[in-house]
Design a protein around this ligand. Structure first.
Ligand SMILES: [Zn+2]
Length: 431
C-alpha cells in the first residue's frame, strides 16, 4: 500500500514538474496586461487594443495554464506562433457581455474598458479573443500576433501602500484576494482600516474559505478618494473617487460597477491578485460580481457580510443566482436544448456534467420542495426555478447563499465549486 502511495506521489511530482517546465519553456516570470475596448451591441462586437502594460512576477496559476472550466463569456487564447500550440487560456466575463443582452444593447453601440492579464511570453505569440453566446457559439473577436521584444509595454507602477489582512501562504500557492476601497476620503482613514479588516473577517468566517485558510491570502490597497461616498446618478449625487464606481450600471438602480476598468487595474497591480473586491463607501444597498473580472459591495447596512460572499460566488466560482423572481421561462433566457455553463444550475439537458453525483439514490428528479422541519429539507436534488428562470431551470437545494439572503450557507454544489476554484489558484502555482 505504502509503495503504491509513493509511486503515485512520484507520478504526481513528475506531472507537476512537467507543467512547471511548460511554463518556463514559454513564459517569463512577468505579467502582461492587455487594456482594450470592447465595442458594439447585441448584433456585432469587436475589440480594439489600447495599451500593453508589464509588471514583475506572474501570480496566476502555473499548474493549469489552459483554463479547465471555461465558465466565462470570453476566452483569451495564447498560441506559440511557431508550433501553433495553445500555451495559455483564460475564461472570464465582462459588463459588456451583460450589456449586449439589455434592451439598450439591442440598438445602441457601447464602448467599454476591459483588461486581461497573461504571463509574459518569451517569443512571438498569436493572441485570439473569442466570445461565446448562451448557446456556446463562438465568435472570434480578435486574432493578432504579439512580439514581446518589439511591442511597446508601459511599466506597471507602485502607487499605494498595501495592508496584509490574512496570510495563508505564498502568493504563488494561494488564491490572492485583493480588497480595494472606493469613496473613502482621507478623513475616512479610520473607517477604511476598520472596513478592510471587517470584510476580510466576513470572508474568512465563511465556508469554504475558513476551512481552506492556508490557501487564502487577503490584502487591501490603502488608497483614498478625493471625495467621500459613491456616485448615485438617480439621486443626482456625483463624487470623484479612486475608482469612480457608480450605482445604476446598465440602468439598474442597485447595480454597482466600475466603468474605469483600466484605472482600476492600475490601482490593483500594486499587489498580487487573483480576485478583486471593491469595497464601496456607501449606505445604499448594492453590489455586483462578474466571473473572473471583479466584484463590488457596499460597506454599510444590514447584509454586507452576505453580499460580499454572494458576489464572490459569481466572481470566483462562476456561480449563477439560484433565485427566480418572475414567470420568465427557460426559452427566454437559455436557448432550448442547452445546458447553462454555471455549475449550480441545470436544464437537465446534461445533468451528469453537473451535480448528479451528489444526489442520493431514491431522490426524485425534479425534486419536490419540502418544509423546513421535514427530514428532506436539506437534501440535494434538482428543484425547479433558478438563474432568474421559474420554469425549466433547476437548482441544487432549497437554501443557499446564492439563493436567499443568508450568510455562510452555500449549498454542497456551490461549496464544491468554490473549493475546486481555490485549489485551482493554489495547487503548485509556483516553483
Ligand atoms: Zn448553491
Amino acid at each position: 500500500m505504502k509503495k503504491i502511495v509513493f509511486l503515485l506521489l512520484v507520478a504526481f511530482a513528475f506531472t507537476l514538474s512537467a507543467k512547471a517546465q511548460h511554463f518556463d519553456q514559454y513564459f517569463e516570470d512577468k505579467t502582461v496586461r492587455i487594456n482594450y475596448l470592447h465595442i458594439g451591441n447585441a448584433h456585432s462586437e469587436s475589440i480594439r487594443i489600447d495599451q500593453y502594460k508589464v509588471g514583475d512576477g506572474w501570480f496566476g496559476t502555473r499548474a493549469f495554464l489552459k483554463d479547465p472550466y471555461n465558465y466565462g463569456d470570453i476566452t483569451v487564447e495564447v498560441y506559440d506562433s511557431t508550433s501553433n500550440k495553445l500555451i495559455y487560456s483564460r475564461s472570464y466575463s465582462t459588463l459588456f457581455c451583460e450589456y449586449r443582452t439589455t434592451e439598450r444593447g439591442e440598438t445602441e453601440v457601447a464602448e467599454m474598458e476591459e483588461c486581461v492579464n497573461i504571463p509574459m511570453p518569451k517569443q512571438t505569440v498569436r493572441l485570439i479573443f473569442v466570445a461565446y453566446d448562451r448557446s456556446r457559439v463562438a465568435t472570434k473577436l480578435l486574432d493578432i500576433f504579439m512580439n514581446p521584444t518589439t511591442t511597446a509595454m508601459a511599466p506597471m507602477t507602485k502607487d499605494y501602500p498595501v495592508m496584509n489582512l490574512h496570510k495563508g501562504g505564498s502568493p504563488k500557492k494561494a488564491i490572492d484576494i485583493l480588497l480595494i476601497p472606493d469613496g473613502y476620503a482621507k478623513s475616512d482613514a479610520k473607517l477604511l482600516k476598520h472596513d478592510m479588516r471587517r470584510f476580510a473577517s466576513y470572508i474568512m468566517n465563511c465556508s469554504p474559505y475558513k476551512e481552506m485558510a492556508k490557501k487564502v491570502n487577503i490584502r487591501a490597497i490603502k488608497g483614498f478618494s478625493e471625495q467621500s461616498g459613491i456616485t448615485q446618478p438617480q439621486n443626482n449625487f456625483y463624487v470623484k473617487t479612486l475608482l469612480n464606481c457608480t450605482y445604476n450600471a446598465l440602468d439598474l438602480d442597485r447595480y454597482l460597477m466600475c466603468l474605469n476598468v483600466w484605472n482600476m487595474y492600475d490601482v490593483a497591480d500594486d499587489a498580487p491578485f487573483d480576485a478583486i473586491i471593491i469595497i464601496c463607501n456607501s449606505e445604499k444597498y448594492g453590489g455586483g460580481g462578474i466571473y473572473n473580472f471583479y466584484c463590488t459591495v457596499y460597506n454599510h447596512g444590514e447584509y454586507p457580510d452576505y453580499v460580499v460572499v454572494h458576489e464572490m460566488g459569481h466572481l470566483i466560482g462562476g456561480l449563477a443566482d439560484e433565485y427566480y423572481t418572475s414567470e420568465v421561462s427557460v426559452q427566454d433566457f437559455y436557448p432550448a436544448g442547452t445546458e447553462p455553463t454555471e455549475p449550480n444550475v441545470t436544464t437537465l439537458v446534461d445533468f451528469d456534467s453537473k451535480w448528479k453525483d451528489l444526489v442520493k439514490e431514491g431522490t426524485p428528479i425534479p425534486t419536490p420542495t419540502s418544509t423546513k422541519n421535514s427530514p428532506d429539507y436539506d437534501r440535494v436534488g434538482a428543484y425547479e426555478g433558478g438563474g432568474y428562470v421559474s420554469k425549466g431551470v433547476y437548482r441544487p437545494t432549497q437554501h443557499c447563499t446564492m439563493n436567499t439572503i443568508v450568510y455562510d450557507d452555500f449549498c454542497p454544489v456551490c461549496l464544491r465549486t468554490l473549493k475546486s476554484m481555490i485549489d485551482y489558484y493554489s495547487l503548485e502555482k509556483s516553483e
